[in-house]
Design a protein around this ligand. Structure first.
Ligand SMILES: [Zn+2]
Length: 288
């Protein structure tokens, strides 16, 4: 597998078998978004809304009363979310959109791991500027856009470049991930997004409810990362994938492949994480 990992289906299937009384259907995974950088996505399919009534109702706060005037990407534009990640009208209220934009996504996108991946892959910001990152040697920025990075510094500099490789606010990173996980469920025929089972996810991502504990796994393909860092990389040739992993027909895990990064988080907090010995080397477990 050349340094890559697949902590999606294999361990999830094994997890499932350990739970008595469940049917033996394998874990199913459903892609909920994918893009390749540099492609024009206009005109490509958007999510359909399968909500049972016509009223606007926010999938994050469950309110129907507020304004619903803005367009929201469940996968942030600054990470590469295109038309494919736009929520159907009436699914997210303006209040939640403002909240997530300023209080969750803005800090998370400048935090590990997203700031680093965006820098290396030169993913432009929403306003098409080069991504930047703070290091011990000052701010470094990707300098050639779109989607191409060439090392703009000598990696042997003295003092050596140090890049912080853990999140400042892991709980906030996790909340941003759970927000990404909920969005695509709107379009699933088999899922009632307002069901009680998603209440914890909503409370956690929207309000950061301190009583709710969550986790996520992060795996960086170091070889691919170092290659990109030293030799440059063309983000247009790389794929970003978002998947929902279903267990017995229930959306259980959100799986994000973002260039040389893989992340898994549960959609309900009671889904267990794999044991550390079941995980490939280099996988970080964050309890939040
Ligand atoms: Zn709302």
């Amino acid at each position: 597998m050349g340094g890559t990992i697949r902590f999606g289906k294999r361990f999830l299937a094994r997890r499932r078998k350990r739970q008595p009384g469940r049917s033996r259907s394998p874990a199913k995974s459903q892609p909920c978004g994918q893009r390749q950088f540099g492609l024009d996505e206009r005109g490509k399919g958007r999510l359909n809304c399968n909500m049972k009534n016509d009223l606007p109702k926010c999938i994050y706060c469950c309110d129907s009363k507020g304004a619903f005037g803005t367009k929201e990407h469940f996968f942030p534009e600054s990470l590469g979310g295109g038309e494919w990640s736009v929520l159907p009208d009436g699914c997210m209220c303006d209040k939640c959109q403002n909240y997530f934009g300023s209080k969750v996504e803005q800090p998370v996108l400048s935090d590990w791991p997203f700031c680093f991946v965006r820098l290396i892959m030169a993913i432009p910001t929403k306003t098409k500027k080069a991504p930047k990152m703070n290091t011990n040697l000052g701010s470094i920025a990707a300098f050639r856009l779109p989607g191409y990075f060439q090392s703009s510094f000598d990696v042997r500099v003295n003092p050596p470049l140090e890049i912080p490789a853990s999140p400042r606010d892991r709980r906030l990173v996790c909340r941003a991930l759970v927000k990404m996980a909920i969005g695509p469920l709107v379009s699933s025929d088999s899922v009632d997004i307002f069901a009680e089972r998603f209440k914890a996810a909503r409370q956690f991502t929207r309000y950061g409810d301190a009583k709710i504990k969550w986790w996520y796994l992060e795996q960086v393909n170091l070889k691919a990362m170092m290659e990109a860092l030293k030799l440059g990389a063309d983000a247009r040739k790389e794929t970003v994938k978002l998947e929902t992993v279903y267990l017995d027909g229930i959306p259980a895990f959100f799986h994000l492949k973002y260039f040389f990064l893989k992340i898994v988080t549960p959609i309900e907090p009671h889904f267990e994480m794999p044991l550390p010995r079941e995980l490939p080397e280099g996988t970080h477990i964050y309890h939040v």
